[in-house]
Design a protein around this ligand. Structure first.
Ligand SMILES: Cc1cc2nc3c(=O)[nH]c(=O)nc-3n(C[C@H](O)[C@H](O)[C@H](O)COP(=O)(O)O)c2cc1C
Length: 420
């Protein structure tokens, strides 16, 4: 019986177990989470979503406080173009997160970072450049560019000394997006080192419409990408993502031309994941009907989450002076517009159903996104006597993907049997 462990991903002259742990914001992909994946010989991502706040949490910096101090007197204004990010702080926050993880890294795997390009931070070009440079300066081994792929991203770092040696990947949901990106990178004579093909069942923001994601499937898109790269004689590893629930499904994709798989949802409930434990239990309890793709994200991209997520329908005051990651280049965010409209209608009880604040409100109301297979998580661990579910380790899930056959899921060893 073939297992994922029978294959290896070759990237940048190194061999990895062909399991990539996708980046999950905000701070679900903690440094401990990414380091666990790397220790096992796979590739695991950090996430740069809300990077200054994440650095404050892990490194006792005070980037968010400093920003608020600088802009609080202007907070009454609707247009937030005044609230520019301090570029050096953004770079330093990213560098700190990465350098600290790299210092602690053990094992044969690698730590990459997922860059969410749709977080335009009031100055898309300069803030993206700061995040890229910060990650490279911190010693990151790979950068996955996604969520709003920006065709000019590589131009921003073309003079960095690590530009040609670091692994750079792009996340696409169609051959069309890949073709556009390759046209641009051909000019730099620097193609991506790997392509993650993300299908419609993934978590986070989606590259499909909220109404038509059901019309697409990962295998078809991946086959199109594989055949396009072959026609172009481009030897770039293809890594499918989105709804791959067992190692056996991964093996099938490798047989169809993939070089590895990218997975995330099965790992959100692990001990090392940054999701609060009570939310992990909610994810275990979820049924298929509880999961929806909606348009509440102010990025404009569809997002998958639990229907009853507590942030939906709330009306928190925009907090862009502290955070402000979704502000566009003109200092606007569709959540601010929705908030102002709702405040006009009923200032005493502001309730917003069509948008949520990605920066403040999702965390304040314990809301994160999830993948379509979340409702199957309950089948991947042991239920405890009190009805809650055992929280597995990254290694439990990783090894299940790596060694399982016949679509079986190897449950984690029960807590009482684990060596202390
Ligand atoms: C909770 C969660 C948060 C995610 N956040 C991000 C993100 O910040 N950026 C990104 O590019 N992808 C994000 N993703 C997508 C994953 O990196 C991955 O490609 C995808 O979810 C894989 O599919 P699976 O979850 O079905 O295994 C997220 C996924 C989940 C489940």
């Amino acid at each position: 019986m073939t297992r994922l462990d029978d294959f290896r991903l070759n990237l940048g002259g190194k061999e990895y177990i062909p399991i990539m742990l996708g980046g999950m914001g905000v701070d679900i992909s903690t440094p401990d989470f990414a380091l666990a994946g790397a220790r096992l010989g796979g590739i695991a991502h950090l996430s740069d979503a809300l990077i200054c706040a994440v650095s404050d949490r892990h490194h006792q910096t005070d980037f968010v406080k400093q920003r608020y101090k600088k802009y609080k007197s202007l907070s009454g204004q609707d247009n937030k173009s005044f609230a520019q990010f301090d570029i050096d702080s953004v770079k330093e926050a990213t560098r700190l997160l990465v350098a600290n993880a790299m210092e602690r890294k053990e094992g044969d795997g690698a730590v990459f970072i997922n860059l969410m390009e749709k977080l335009t931070m009031n100055n898309p070009r300069e803030t993206l450049k700061a995040r890229l440079v910060g990650a490279l300066d911190g010693g990151i081994e790979g950068i996955s560019l996604g969520a709003g792929l920006h065709l000019g991203s590589l131009d921003l770092i073309k003079d960095h000394p690590r530009f040609r040696s670091v692994n750079i990947g792009i996340i696409v949901s169609s051959v069309r997006a890949l073709k556009l990106f390759l046209k641009r990178t051909a000019k730099l004579n620097r193609h991506p080192d790997y392509v993650v093909v993300e299908g419609p069942l993934a978590g986070g923001h989606l590259g499909f419409g909220a109404d038509d994601w059901q019309n697409y499937d990962l295998n078809t898109i991946m086959a199109e990408v594989v055949s396009f790269l072959k026609e172009e004689e481009l030897d770039i590893p293809v890594i499918p993502a989105g709804g791959i629930f067992t190692g056996t499904e991964g093996v099938e994709l490798i047989k169809q031309g993939a070089s590895a798989i990218q997975v995330a949802t099965r790992f959100i409930i692990t001990q090392e994941s940054g999701l609060p434990d009570k939310i992990k239990q909610k994810y275990f309890e979820a049924e298929e009907d509880d999961i929806e793709v909606n348009l509440v994200s102010p990025t404009g991209y569809p997002m998958r989450m639990l229907k009853n997520s507590p942030c939906i329908g709330k009306g928190g005051k925009p907090n862009c002076e502290s955070l402000g990651y979704v502000l566009d280049r003109n200092g606007n965010c569709s959540y601010i517009e929705a908030y102002n409209e709702a405040a006009k209608l009923n200032p005493d009880k502001i309730s917003i159903k069509n948008k949520t604040c990605l920066c403040t409100q999702m965390r304040a109301y314990n809301t994160w996104t999830c993948g379509q297979t979340t409702y199957r998580l309950k089948d991947t661990t042991n239920q405890l006597q009190d009805g809650t579910y055992q929280i597995p380790m990254v290694a439990d899930i990783f090894n299940d993907y790596r060694y399982s056959t016949d679509n079986q899921i190897i449950l984690p060893q029960p807590i009482e049997k684990r060596a202390v």
